[in-house]
Write a protein that binds this ligand. Structure first.
Ligand code: TYM
Length: 331
């Protein structure tokens, strides 16, 4: 809680072009909290450097991610929009919470195991303690609710455990956060390998639909999407490719699975894939248009970042002074 409002926090890494998985699993939901909650949406650049980044690209993507937040409906006057590295309290609390997080807990994180396998040359300590920094992001603002995709559930549970552990040792300090995970779009799958999550770091460009892809690119990618040999548009176990396309179509049109099955009864996958591509491209057209307008105005984006960081710092300071006092740091 902050004042009389409950608090929402979420973050996205500027580590690649954002995908429709990021959009449907997380960003699309952010704006629904703007009125009733105190909302903090952060571009988590410090998390991004756990994997090696090209500096100029990281900088560019930080602007892009902020512009996309706004293009997806986040008004800078109603939401605190900021860049993680602009608020040093994230690093400060991250370190402190490292000392209340067990090696064994971090070793069990599936994302750490996956990322270590993918980055065998660079299994750095930051990759290992990544979830503690994420806990710091969340706990710093006394967050009640964290809108994320299902892949972040394990990290969120760790943040809850850390908060409860700290509260138990030092009396109530942190709000224990809850996740807000959408039931229908919590895990959008790769178009090329539909048993795997769609990921912005996928090397196969056909596997991933980016929010800013052109309409032609989107349609081309959906046309190539892996399905099955059954040629029946039906939501069923084992039909991972079709289930994923139906989920995406449902998300952009609001149609139920039954309605979708009826719409494509007796038709092949070709018609269906084209319809999914068009619905996705049309649904995102306003986001792309608004993004183009925003990204052209760097000075404005910088003013949003600056104001956001000041606002975030104000709230972060309150938590930090409590934490410092409780653990025995001299003021
Ligand atoms: P990141 O940058 O990988 O993803 C941003 C958000 O998009 C969601 N997401 C998906 N949802 C559905 N289907 C998919 N295929 C898909 N891919 C990604 C993610 O669940 C996430 O909500 N650790 C976080 C960033 C972070 C954070 C935080 C989030 C840092 N600190 C504090 C919340 C609160 C991450 O890597 O997200």
């Amino acid at each position: 809680m902050n004042g009389d409002k409950k608090t929402v926090f979420s973050g996205v890494q500027p580590s690649g072009n954002l995908t429709i998985g990021n959009y449907l699993g997380a960003i699309k939901n952010f704006s629904r909290f703007s009125e009733e909650y105190k909302t903090f949406y952060c571009v988590v650049d410090m998390h991004a450097i756990t994997v090696r980044q090209v500096p100029a690209e990281l900088r560019r993507r930080t602007y892009e991610t902020l512009a996309l937040y706004m293009a997806c409906g986040l008004d800078e006057k109603k939401n605190t929009l900021f860049v993680q590295s602009h608020v040093p309290a994230h690093a400060e609390l991250g370190w402190i919470l490292d000392c209340y997080t067990m090696f064994g807990e971090l070793s069990r994180m599936t994302q750490f195991k996956d990322k270590s396998a993918k980055n065998a040359q660079n299994i750095n300590a930051g990759l290992f303690t990544y979830p503690t920094l994420m806990a710091a992001d969340i706990l710093l603002y006394q967050t009640d609710l964290v809108p994320v995709g299902i892949d972040q559930k394990q990290h969120l549970e760790l943040a809850r455990d850390i908060a409860m552990r700290f509260n138990q040792i030092y009396s109530d300090t942190f709000t224990v956060p809850e996740g807000y995970i959408p039931t229908d779009t919590m895990k959008i799958m790769s178009l090329a390998a539909p048993t795997q999550k769609m990921s912005k770091s996928d090397e196969n460009a056909n596997a991933v639909v980016y929010i800013l892809d052109s309409k032609d690119d989107m349609i081309r990618k959906f046309k190539k999407a892996v399905t099955d040999s059954e040629a029946e548009v039906r939501y069923a176990p084992g039909k991972d490719g079709v289930n994923n396309l139906m989920t995406i179509y449902h998300a952009f049109t609001g149609k139920t699975f039954e309605e979708i099955e009826r719409e494509f009864a007796g038709k092949g996958y070709g018609d269906f894939k084209l319809a999914v591509g068009e619905a996705c491209a049309d649904g995102l057209a306003p986001v792309r248009a608004e993004y183009e307008r925003l990204i052209a105005d760097k000075a404005f984006l910088e003013s949003v970042m600056k104001n956001g960081a000041e606002e975030a710092t104000y709230y972060a300071r309150k938590t930090m002074s409590k934490v410092r006092r409780k653990i025995g740091f001299v003021n």
